[in-house]
Design a binder for this molecule. Structure first.
Ligand SMILES: CC(C)(COP(=O)(O)OP(=O)(O)OC[C@H]1O[C@@H](n2cnc3c(N)ncnc32)[C@H](O)[C@@H]1OP(=O)(O)O)[C@@H](O)C(=O)NCCC(=O)NCCS
Length: 133
């Protein structure tokens, strides 16, 4: 939390505030809040909500992805996003997110997200559902 503030990111503060006041606990159907752990230490977080800006119900939104500086570049962010994408697959047709840093944009694009110029999103990923038997 302190490190993210020093880096100029306010979203972990918001994540905690929203969790504590109950406005976003990532606990509705199709939602998840995941942590990356090194032993007892939480070193990464990432969340999945239904996208509140999308009129259609089957649009999910990745939120508040953060990997502690010392753990970056080791695949932790990829592992978290892949787990969130997998959790999203049965609930949504599309995942969206908004980022305002070029580094994060390159990260998401390395994971297959496509840049878009939408009012509430900079990137999207179309989810491919496994065929039903
Ligand atoms: C962006 C962030 C989540 C990436 O996490 P990470 O654990 O370092 O990323 P990974 O090591 O899993 O990298 C996954 C892929 O993205 C690429 N990538 C990661 N950061 C990158 C960067 N800055 N520029 C270009 N590519 C990058 C990696 O090369 C890797 O590609 P590969 O798997 O094909 O080799 C992390 O840097 C971070 O927390 N940044 C600060 C907070 C932030 O920007 N959050 C996103 C806000 S929307």
């Amino acid at each position: 939390m302190d490190e993210s503030r020093r880096e100029g990111f306010s979203f972990l503060v918001r994540l905690r505030a929203d969790f504590e006041n109950g406005s976003n606990r990532f606990d509705a159907a199709g939602e998840a809040l995941l942590g990356g752990w090194c032993g007892e230490a939480l070193v990464a977080v990432g969340g999945l909500n239904r996208d509140p800006y999308a009129p259609e119900p089957r649009v999910g939104r990745l939120r508040h992805l953060y990997v502690a500086h010392a753990f970056r570049g080791r695949g932790v962010g990829r592992a978290l996003v892949e787990a969130l994408v997998s959790a999203a697959a049965t609930h949504y047709d599309v995942l969206r997110l908004r980022t305002d840093t070029p580094d994060a944009a390159r990260f998401y694009e390395a994971l297959g997200f496509v840049p878009v110029a939408e009012r509430h999103a900079t990137h999207r990923l179309v989810l491919v559902r496994p065929p039903t038997a």
